[in-house]
Ligand binder design. Structure first.
Ligand code: BG6
Length: 501
């Protein structure tokens, strides 16, 4: 996303010291890590990014309204993977790699294209049939589906991109109520086949791109008040959706004793002060770290509601142990990509947060991806230990991946991250699965098609998929369930190639 780039601004490179959060207090690196039988090895995708004609969504309107907002004027309809027409091809790719799980989204605006269809509970029959058939085919291939119910595209009858100054989407009270109904209906319809659910993808990234950076619907810039209103609405919407799914999905499809596993896909990062000797930068880093990695989880796991988002529970609307929020995660879905630099003084300082957030072109000597994010596998384990393990819940890595159009870094990236994950598991973390972003190259939101995250490339003319060499590394790891340190060390070193223009 561009916001990862936008806040770099005029920040000058300064040497960074490892902060406390990265100093994992664990025994020496293991020689090898292993994954248990039944561990979910998958890939992740999202409807708007891989389907064509997801027309009744705010994202479709957004792309149409102003193509210049998207790099190269790309649209998912022109050169995208057209996944609903290539289900067999995609399942063949998963099977080739030995995957036993797949995360994808069911698109609200495709199932209910109009307000009238939603109000009368008349789902689009073709849309339901398409997802039914996909799930059936996944089951036939012994691939466990993990379904996301909101991956950033809202039905356009709830979000009008031509009026960004009016309350849109999750700012409208009916959106959360309707989402709960949608969750209930989807759990009822698909619950016989689906046990693993993600209610919301990356709620705080959604808020940041839509209301701070302005590169996603509704396209509002630097409005922290509206951003926090939406963040609060999303936390509560998750809790209601959680309840609705549990009420409606009572079928234990995979026989593990639990009919529904419900979480969000929570984007978690590591954070460092831009100047580790500057107290303001250190304080800002602590605050952003709390806001980003802990606020949402504290609310929905412990019921600790920090309404004014100031880091304590003394505000007039704050509450601890709130029964309407507490215990609303069956597992913690974690999306992990990279590291972050925080400055209190320079760059675009976000109001209320009082910090600039820098996510790419970091002045470190770490190798970079094609979108200039640091390759930082150690951060996965340190973040899990510091910000996920304390909640004592099972964990699923719902996304982790790399923009690497030359496919020179992906195999090592995968092995290094799985090694760090396996290490965290050796230390006691209960991790149930890992989903790599992504199965195939897709429409990377405002970055269009340049960043290539796929194990498979997609021919823009024919939609034909070709598995890249890194796909065989995944196949090797999945079949052996082992990652050896010595094997990683023998792989080619990471290289920083040209960034996406
Ligand atoms: C995650 C999202 O933030 O990162 C995905 O859940 C997204 O939808 C992925 O595609 C890659 O990031 P980007 O910014 O390049 O689209």
């Amino acid at each position: 996303m561009d916001f990862r780039r936008a806040w770099l601004g005029a920040l000058a490179p300064l040497a960074m010291l490892a902060c406390k959060s990265d100093a994992a207090s664990t025994p020496p690196p293991p020689d090898a890590v292993t994954f248990p039988a039944g561990f979910l090895f998958g890939t992740a995708t999202a409807g708007f990014q891989i389907e064509k004609a997801d027309t009744h969504t705010d994202w479709a309107d957004w792309v149409a309204l102003s193509p210049s907002r998207i790099k190269n004027g790309d649209t998912p309809d022109d050169g995208g993977p057209d996944a609903l027409a290539h289900v067999d091809d995609d399942i063949a790719l998963m099977t080739q790699m030995g995957q036993n799980a797949y995360r994808f989204s069911i698109e609200w605006g495709r199932i209910f294209p109009t307000q009238a269809s939603f109000d009368s509970n008349t789902p689009d029959a073709a849309a339901l049939a398409a997802y039914d058939s996909e799930i059936q085919k996944l089951q036939n291939a012994h691939i466990t589906p993990l379904v996301t119910l909101f991956h950033w595209a809202l039905p356009n009858w709830l979000s009008d991109v031509s009026h960004p100054n009016d309350p849109q989407g999750w700012e409208r009270p009916e959106t959360s109520a309707d989402f709960t109904t949608f969750c209930s209906r989807m759990a009822q319809h698909f619950g016989g086949e689906v046990d693993w659910w993600v209610t919301l993808n990356e709620p705080l990234v959604y808020v940041t791109t839509g209301y701070i950076q302005g590169g996603s619907p509704p396209g509002v810039v630097l409005d922290a008040t509206r951003a926090f209103d939406v963040a609060r609405a999303l936390a509560r919407a998750h809790a209601s959706c959680f309840d609705a799914i549990h009420q409606a999905d009572t079928v234990d499809a995979d026989g593990d004793g639990k009919a529904a596993w419900v979480s969000v896909a929570k984007h978690q990062r590591t954070f460092h002060p831009e100047d580790p000797t500057d107290q303001d930068d250190i304080d800002a880093t602590k605050h952003v770290h709390y806001l980003w990695n802990q606020w949402f989880l504290n609310a929905t796991i412990r019921g600790d509601w920090d309404d004014d988002i100031d880091g304590n529970y003394t505000g007039p609307n704050d509450k601890q142990g709130d029964p309407t929020l507490k215990g609303r995660m069956d597992y913690i879905g974690v999306n992990y990509y990279s590291d972050t630099l925080i400055s209190a003084h320079r760059g675009v300082v976000i109001p209320v947060v009082n910090a600039a957030v820098i996510q790419d072109h970091l002045p470190t000597d770490r190798p970079k991806t094609d979108v200039a994010w640091d390759i930082y596998p150690e951060g996965l384990r340190s973040m899990l230990e510091e910000d996920v393990a304390p909640y004592s819940l099972p964990v699923v890595i719902t996304e982790n991946g790399i923009a690497d159009r030359a496919d020179v870094n992906r195999a090592r990236f995968l092995a290094e991250h799985l090694y760090q994950l396996g290490w965290a598991m050796k230390d006691g973390l209960d991790v149930r699965g890992y989903f790599h972003w992504s199965l195939m190259d897709n429409f990377e939101w405002q970055n269009g098609f340049c960043p290539k995250f796929g194990f498979a490339s997609v021919d823009p003319a024919t939609g034909a998929r070709t598995l890249r060499a890194s796909g065989s590394e995944y196949e090797k790891i999945i079949s052996s369930k082992v990652v050896k340190r010595a094997d990683i060390d023998a792989m080619p070193a990471f290289v920083t190639t040209d960034f996406c223009p």
